[in-house]
Design a protein around this ligand. Structure first.
Ligand code: ADE
Length: 231
């Protein structure tokens, strides 16, 4: 099987880079992917860069050239929900764009891009398998909607606007819906595991600096362990 792992930031990808050593680098579009095997699977690990355009561009470049079977995405997110705490893991069930406002353009809901679904749902047998693995390993995780936009949410005011528009959203980040949109168009399953680094509030910037590496490593370590178990 060919598997893509795509991670937005170097700080979130560090764990993979330490865990898997491969001298094989391949360029796809503007992104260098590290290419290696784990068991019998062919893995492509790439840093997408931050934000929706980087995410979409770099995942598309890989998917255009390589017949990938499954995509994993890890990284951090800011909590939007009191029940979601720093360090929690989110196995995302759907993504929407919190910065897509098209309700005045037609029969669209908040977060929807015309021509695209209201939410990108990630149901797949690959996601179910990974969820079963987490449960079997007694790893606690939450599932739900995560919203994406081209902004680091670092104030109570910003957070209030997003939670008013998306009361059910568990967290916010900057790439997931773009990965999900690309994955949908290429008809590839996306498994997205985000770890909470901050609460998207007035302290978010400091919390992110303090926790991003640690919680990003936790999400990455679970994907590494899963890949090592997959045949
Ligand atoms: N990723 C991690 N924390 C975030 C935040 N507060 N806003 C956007 N993306 C994030």
């Amino acid at each position: 099987m060919k598997i893509a792992i795509i991670v937005p930031m170097a700080i979130e990808a560090e764990y993979y880079r330490k865990h898997f050593h491969s001298g094989r680098k391949e360029m796809f579009g503007s992104t260098e992917f590290e290419h290696f095997s784990v068991n019998s699977n062919d893995i492509y690990l790439g840093l997408s860069g931050i934000g929706k355009v980087q995410a979409a561009m770099n995942l598309s470049s890989l998917l255009t050239e390589v017949e990938i079977d499954q995509i994993f995405m890890t990284g951090t997110a800011g909590s939007l929900n009191k029940g979601v705490k720093k360090g929690d893991l989110l196995l995302v069930s759907s993504f929407a764009y919190h910065d897509a406002h098209n309700t005045l353009a037609g029969n669209y809901v908040e977060g929807q891009i015309p021509g695209e679904p209201a939410e990108f749902k990630l149901d797949s047998k690959e996601r179910n398998e990974f969820a079963k693995y987490l449960t079997a390993e007694k790893v606690a995780y939450k599932e739900g909607l995560v919203v994406t936009g081209d902004a680091f949410v670092g104030s109570d005011t910003q957070k209030a606007v997003i939670t008013a528009n998306f009361p059910s959203a568990l967290a916010v980040e900057m790439e997931g819906a773009a990965f999900a949109q690309v994955a949908k168009h290429f008809a590839k399953p996306l498994v997205a595991l985000r770890a909470i680094s901050d609460n998207g509030d007035d302290n978010a910037n400091e919390d992110f600096d303090q926790f991003a590496k640690k919680v990003g490593a936790r999400a990455a370590s679970l994907i590494c362990a899963y890949l090592e178990k997959m045949s």
